[in-house]
Write a protein that binds this ligand. Structure first.
Ligand code: SF4
Length: 244
C-alpha cells in the first residue's frame, strides 16, 4: 500500500502526464511515451481481442519492436491464438511476448483445471493477474486498449492512471474513442477482424467464461455472464490518482 506522500506524488505524476501528452494520440503519443517519457520501459498489454488491432497498429507504427505482452491463460479460444499470430505478422510486430501461469502455480492451485467453476476471481488471479504482474516487472508503465463505451463500468475511464501498490502508470490512449471511430480505423488501415466477432462475440476472453452478446447490450456483457464480475482483475488495482 502506498502511504499518503507516495499517493500525492503519483497523483502529481498523472496530472503532469495529462498536461504534457493529453492532446496527443495514436502513434505520436505512443512514440513520445516509448522514447521520451519512459525510455523504453513501457509496454502494450493486449488480449488480441475484437478491437485490439487498432492499438497494435498504432504501436507498430511507432515502433514495430514495441513490447507487447499477451497473457495466455491456457483457456483461450484457438481462434485468439491464431489471430495473435496473424495480426502480429500483418503488422510486423516483433516484440510480442506471450506469458502465462507457471506449471508450478497451476499444479498448486488449479491441478484439475476447474478452478474457474469454483472461483472466477481466484482463477483470474492465478491465470491472468499474477502472470501479467510478473511480466510487467521492469516496466514503469503499460498501455491498454480500454475504452469508455465498452461498458458502463468504464464510463469514466481516464487517459492516465496510477496503480496503487505497483508504482506503475497505466495509459489508455483510446479511452475516448467510440465504436464508430474504431470501425473507421479498422477500415482505414484495412485491419483483419477477430474471427469470432462476426459470430456475436464482441469481447473475448477465455472460452470457459465468454458468451455471445445480445444485440444492443454492453459489448462486455458476454464476459462472466450471469455473475457480478465485470473485470478479470488486471484492471482493478486501486488508483491513487487519475487525470484526463
Ligand atoms: S476468464 Fe475464466 S477461465 Fe479465464 S482466467 Fe478468468 S475465471 Fe479463469
Amino acid at each position: 500500500m502506498l502511504d499518503g506522500l507516495s499517493r500525492a506524488v503519483k497523483s502529481d505524476r498523472v496530472a503532469e502526464l495529462a498536461e504534457r501528452y493529453g492532446r496527443l494520440e495514436g502513434a505520436v503519443l505512443l512514440n513520445a511515451l516509448l522514447r521520451d517519457e519512459f525510455d523504453g520501459r513501457v509496454a502494450v498489454v493486449s488480449s488480441f481481442g475484437t478491437e485490439s488491432a487498432v492499438l497494435l497498429a498504432m504501436a507498430a507504427e511507432a515502433d514495430p519492436s514495441f513490447p507487447v505482452l499477451f497473457v495466455n491463460t491456457g483457456k483461450l479460444f484457438g481462434e485468439t491464438l491464431r489471430y495473435r499470430d496473424k495480426l502480429a505478422a500483418a503488422l510486423g510486430l516483433t516484440g510480442v511476448r506471450t506469458v502465462g501461469p507457471t506449471d508450478e502455480d497451476l499444479a498448486a492451485e488449479d491441478a484439475d483445471g476447474l478452478l474457474f467453476t469454483r472461483s472466477h476471481d481466484a482463477c483470474c488471479h492465478l491465470r491472468k493477474t499474477v502472470p501479467l504482474d510478473r511480466a510487467l516487472e521492469g516496466f514503469d508503465a503499460w498501455v491498454t486498449g480500454r475504452k469508455r463505451f465498452q461498458a458502463s463500468t468504464r464510463a469514466a475511464l481516464p487517459l492516465f492512471e496510477a496503480e496503487e501498490g505497483t508504482g506503475r502508470i497505466k495509459i489508455n490512449p483510446l479511452a475516448l474513442w467510440d465504436r464508430e471511430r474504431i470501425d473507421q480505423e479498422f477500415a482505414r488501415r484495412n485491419l483483419p477482424r477477430h474471427p469470432l466477432e462476426a459470430d456475436g462475440f464482441l469481447s473475448i476472453g477465455c472460452f470457459t467464461c465468454t458468451e455471445r452478446v445480445a444485440p444492443g447490450a454492453d459489448p462486455r456483457s458476454g464476459r462472466w455472464a450471469g455473475t457480478a464480475k465485470t473485470e478479470c482483475g488486471i484492471h482493478t488495482f486501486k488508483k491513487t490518482g487519475t487525470a484526463q
